[in-house]
Write a new protein. Structure first.
Lengths: 414, 153
C-alpha cells in the first residue's frame, strides 16, 4: 500500500469514544451501550477537567468581590457567555442569558416577555410535537391570562406542515413556540421558513433548542429568530445550566423573572431599579462552575467537524433503520425527511417499560415512556414508546447491540 | 440469559398479563378509583363491590400498562375476591414489603405462595411502582372511591 492510498477518516468515532470516560464502564457485566443521549448526554473528559481545574484554581463568586479570585471567576463566567454567543452565532454577548436549563429559559420568555403583554383571547401557536417544557409555560398563560393555545399538527411521517402552521398565525398570535428538533420523532423543523412567515405577520418566534442545538449548527442571526433556548446537559455539558438567546430589543423590554442579588441597579426601602440585560435575568449566584463546563462542552463540539458529526449520526440512523426492518413486530414512529438521529418505536405485544428493562440487562440504555410529550403520544395513539437516541460517540456496534437485545426481548415477551 | 429476567417475566406473570383475570367493567360497583403512573402513562381503574359484611364480593379492573402492572392487577383481583377490607389491607402491606425484597411476616403461607411470582421484582427497583399501582388504586377505591348511587325517587 502506498502512502497516497491512505484514507483519512472524516470522523474518528474511536477517538471520540476515548474522550468519554463513562463509555468504558460496564453494566451488569456487559459493555455499556448508551442510547439515551436525548435525555442527557455523557460528558467528555475536557468538560470534567475544565470544571475541576476551575474549581481547584480560579473559583469564587462572580461580579461581587474585589479580590483576585472573584475577578478570575468573573472572567471565566463572562468568557463562557462569549462561548455561547459564538456557538449560537449571536451578534452580541449580552443577548445570552444563563439559566438553569432549557426549561427555565422558556419559562423566562413566558413570564418575562409574554405575560406582560398577553390579553385574553391572544394566541400562542405551538406544535403537537413539543415536549412539556415548551407546553406548560404557555398553559400558565392560558390559565392566568386567558391566552389561547393553537396547535399545529404533524403529518403521519412526523414532519411539520408548514402551511398549516402559517394558516394558524393570525392577528391575535403573540408568539410561535416551536421545537428545533423533536425529542421523540427526531423531526427537524424549518426554522428559517417559520421565522420568515411569522415575521411577515409581525409575530416573534421562540425555538426550543434542547435537542436541536446538539445536532444542528445554530445561527440565530441567519435564522433571524427572536428566542432560542438550550440546555447544557444534552450538549455534553453539565446539568444545572442552560441559556436563552434573545434579541437585545426583546430582552430590554422583558420583566425580570427572579428577584435577588446581581439583577438590580439600586434597591431602597421604597423602590428598586434593575440592571441591564443579561444581569437583569440572572438573580442570585449563578451556576458558575457549570458555565465553565458548558463552555468546554461547546468548545469540544465546535472543535469537531460538525458536518462530519452529522454525517456520522445520520449513518447510524440509516443503519439502525435498515437493521430494524427485520423486525416486522416493530413500528417506528417518525420518518420525516432530514430527521435527526432519534428512533422511537412501539413493539407489538411489548410495553415500552418491559422492553427497556430487558434491554437494560443487556447493557443497552434506552428511554421508555411518554418522553414528556403527551400530546404527541396522543397524536400517534400510543401510551408510550421506546426511544434510542444517538450521539457523536455512538457507533454501529451500539446499533448491533440494540438489535440483538431487541431480539432477546421478543424471545422473552413475544 | 439473565436469570433475574427469567424470574421477572416467568410464565405465570406473562399469562396473567396476556389473559388478565377479572378484566372489564363492574356494573354494581360500590367503590371505584382510577390510578395513574405519570412516569410511564400507565392507567388502571379498579372497581369493587363490598357486601354488607365488608367483604369484596366482586372486583374487576380495566386499564393499559406494562406486563408487570397488568399481571399485578390480575393477580391482585384474583386474591382479593372474598376477602374483608382488613384482610385486603394486610395482604397489600405484605405485598409492598415482598416486592422490595423485605420481610413480610404478616403474610400467611398460602398468600405468600400466591404472591411469590412477584418476588423477582426486588431485583428491579425501577419497576416496583408498576406492580404497586393496582394495589394503591384498590386502597384509594376503598377509602375515597365510594360510588354514589342516584336516588330512585
Amino acid at each position: 500500500m502506498t502512502a497516497s492510498a491512505k484514507i483519512v477518516p472524516a470522523f474518528d468515532v474511536e477517538a471520540v469514544r476515548a474522550d468519554f470516560p463513562i463509555l468504558s464502564r460496564q453494566v451488569y457485566g456487559k459493555a455499556l451501550v448508551y442510547l439515551d443521549s436525548g435525555a442527557s448526554a455523557q460528558k467528555p473528559r475536557a468538560v470534567l477537567d475544565a470544571m475541576t481545574r476551575f474549581a481547584e484554581t480560579d473559583y469564587a463568586n462572580v461580579h461581587r468581590g474585589v479580590h483576585y479570585l472573584s475577578a478570575a471567576a468573573t472572567d471565566a463566567y463572562e468568557a463562557a457567555r462569549r462561548t455561547v454567543q459564538k456557538f449560537l452565532h449571536a451578534a452580541r454577548e449580552d443577548e445570552i442569558v444563563f439559566t438553569k436549563g432549557g426549561t427555565e429559559a422558556i419559562n423566562l420568555v413566558s413570564y418575562g416577555f409574554l405575560a406582560p403583554r398577553v390579553q385574553p383571547g391572544d394566541e400562542i401557536v405551538l406544535s403537537v410535537m413539543e415536549h412539556h417544557s415548551n407546553i406548560v409555560p404557555w398553559h400558565f398563560l392560558r390559565e392566568r391570562h386567558g391566552a389561547v393555545l393553537r396547535w399545529v399538527d404533524v403529518r403521519d411521517d412526523g414532519s411539520l406542515d408548514i402551511e398549516a402552521l402559517d394558516a394558524l398565525i393570525g392577528p391575535k398570535t403573540r408568539l410561535v413556540a416551536i421545537t428545533h428538533m423533536s425529542n421523540v420523532l427526531g423531526t427537524v423543523t424549518p426554522l428559517k421558513d417559520i421565522v420568515a412567515r411569522a415575521h411577515a405577520k409581525g409575530v416573534p418566534v421562540l425555538a426550543d433548542g434542547c435537542q436541536g442545538a446538539v445536532h444542528e449548527i445554530v445561527d440565530v442571526q441567519a435564522l433571524d429568530i427572536d428566542f432560542y433556548a438550550l440546555t447544557g446537559h444534552k450538549i455534553y455539558g453539565p446539568t444545572g445550566i442552560g441559556a436563552l438567546y434573545a434579541k437585545r430589543t426583546h430582552l430590554k423590554a422583558m420583566w425580570p423573572f427572579n428577584g435577588g442579588g446581581e439583577m438590580i441597579r439600586e434597591v431602597t426601602r421604597d423602590l428598586v431599579t434593575y440592571a441591564d440585560p443579561p444581569a437583569r435575568f440572572e438573580a442570585g449566584t449563578p451556576p458558575i462552575i457549570e458555565s465553565v463546563g458548558l463552555a468546554a462542552a461547546m468548545d469540544y463540539l465546535m472543535g469537531q467537524d460538525r458536518a462530519a458529526v452529522k454525517a456520522h449520526e445520520q449513518d447510524l440512523l440509516v443503519y439502525a433503520r435498515e437493521r430494524l426492518k427485520d423486525f416486522n413486530w416493530l413500528r417506528v414512529i417518525g420518518d420525516a425527511p432530514g430527521k435527526g438521529a432519534i428512533i422511537s418505536f412501539e413493539a407489538e405485544g411489548m410495553h415500552a417499560h418491559d422492553l427497556a428493562t430487558i434491554l437494560d440487562r443487556e447493557g443497552v440504555a434506552v428511554r421508555a415512556g411518554h418522553h414528556c410529550a403527551q400530546p404527541l403520544m396522543e397524536r400517534f395513539g400510543v401510551a408510550s414508546t421506546s426511544r434510542a437516541s444517538f450521539a457523536l460517540y455512538n457507533d454501529r456496534t451500539d446499533v448491533d447491540a440494540l438489535v440483538a437485545a431487541l431480539a432477546k426481548a421478543r424471545e422473552i415477551l413475544g | 440469559m439473565d436469570q433475574s429476567l427469567r424470574e421477572l417475566y416467568q410464565e405465570v406473570i406473562l399469562d396473567h398479563s396476556r389473559h388478565p383475570r377479572h378484566f372489564g367493567a363492574l356494573d354494581n360497583a360500590t367503590h371505584k378509583a382510577d390510578g395513574h403512573n405519570p412516569l410511564c402513562g400507565d392507567r388502571v381503574t379498579v372497581m369493587l363491590a363490598l357486601d354488607e359484611a365488608g367483604r369484596v364480593a366482586d372486583i374487576k379492573f380495566q386499564g393499559k400498562g406494562c406486563a408487570i402492572s397488568q399481571a399485578s392487577a390480575s393477580l391482585m383481583t384474583d386474591m382479593l375476591a372474598g376477602k374483608t377490607v382488613a384482610e385486603a389491607e394486610k395482604l397489600m402491606d405484605g405485598f409492598l414489603h415482598l416486592v422490595k425484597g423485605e420481610d413480610a411476616p404478616g403474610l400467611s403461607a398460602d398468600d405468600r405462595e400466591h404472591l411469590d411470582v412477584m418476588s423477582g421484582l426486588s431485583e428491579f427497583p425501577m419497576r416496583v411502582k408498576c406492580a404497586t399501582l393496582a394495589w394503591h388504586t384498590f386502597k384509594n377505591a376503598v377509602e375515597e372511591g365510594e360510588v354514589v348511587k342516584e336516588s330512585a325517587a
